[in-house]
Design a protein. Structure first.
Length: 324
């Protein structure tokens, strides 16, 4: 080996060692964004979060981690984010249940409206009324008639006290003058499974939760809950047109951050989310889940949040539900 060759090899070794020494520091500087899902696996927010989190990380040059923090109708996960550092690295993927909890629970450690800032609207999730096949009802009108004739006989499942699935059904029952026993679970998936198993007779689930069971003999979809027919379940009538006029319920889905998060950081996150949602592949993925993608500026989303806070207050009041 010549002296020149030896020097080249030594130089390469030193460069390799220097690069190896800097790798841990580089990885340590990699931004990690935690997306808290306040419900269990199978919930609307969980499914949506996992449908775009990797692409969002790429858009931000960061790693995104989805964390399920279920409990108390989504208030456990929301409380964690409300108290997190306001640096844009801890977000909650929230929905209508976020505001429902604020009106439903008499004691919360945070204010669902004042302690958060809207980062980005993700989309709109529709809901559907589904029953166990054993009920032998063919329409919403049949369902109302059967339950009214047997007060207290039947049960309904939800993703937990204070969840959108809980209040959607509670307000339905209140408007129709019906009595059913509430069986809370930890997620929409669990609630639907209870109906599939025949242990519970009904559920108002997100479209995501039931769209795959349209041809399952164990469950019958009666109606969707929006003000107009769902583009994902177009053959189903709405609840309003099939037995309960004036009833409507759906939910936004979006990312929220602690209220003190700097505007520049909120704008950066919003731009990244909107970039991801503009991807046709992501849009198709959302459509398969039964979610209509939506993009808004932070100001537009904040306005939606304020109006939804008032609307969910009316829903909770109409339902008569309360959780201490």
């Amino acid at each position: 080996m010549t002296t020149t060759t030896a020097l080249l090899l030594a130089r390469r070794s030193l460069i390799a060692l220097a690069m190896a020494a800097t790798l841990p520091a580089a990885f340590a500087q990699q931004r990690v964004i935690h997306i808290v899902v306040p419900f269990g696996t199978g919930a609307v927010q969980d499914t949506v979060a996992r449908a775009f989190n990797a692409e969002l990380g790429t858009a931000l040059g960061a790693t995104t981690v989805v964390e399920n923090r279920a409990g108390a109708g989504g208030t456990v996960g929301s409380a964690i984010v409300a108290k997190a550092p306001a640096d844009g690295n801890t977000l909650v993927l929230a929905a209508a249940s976020h505001h429902i909890g604020g009106h439903l629970y008499s004691k919360l450690s945070y204010d669902p409206l004042k302690d958060f800032v809207g980062v980005a609207n993700i989309g709109n999730a529709g809901y559907a009324l589904a029953v166990a096949s054993g009920m032998n009802v063919a329409s919403t009108a049949d369902f109302i008639k059967e339950v009214k004739a047997n007060p207290g006989k039947y049960n309904y499942a939800s993703a937990g006290n204070g969840s959108a699935t809980h209040l959607a059904m509670a307000s339905f029952l209140a408007k129709a003058g019906l009595q059913m026993t509430h069986i809370p679970t930890k997620s929409t998936g669990e609630a639907v499974n209870e109906v599939l198993a025949g242990r519970v007779q009904a559920v108002i689930s997100s479209s995501i939760g039931v769209i795959g069971f349209q041809n399952d003999a164990r469950l019958k979809l009666l109606a969707t809950t929006g003000q107009k027919r769902s583009p994902f379940l177009p053959n189903l009538p709405t609840v309003a047109e099939s037995g309960l006029p004036g009833y409507a319920f759906d939910s936004w889905i979006g990312l929220l951050a602690p209220a003190a998060t700097p505007k520049a950081e909120v704008d950066k996150l919003n731009a990244a989310v909107n970039k991801v949602l503009a991807d046709p592949a992501i849009q198709e993925r959302f459509v398969r889940l039964g979610v209509e993608p939506r993009t808004q500026t932070p100001a537009e989303f904040q306005q939606l949040l304020r109006s939804d806070w008032d609307a969910m207050g009316l829903v909770v009041k109409a339902s008569g539900a309360k959780v201490d």
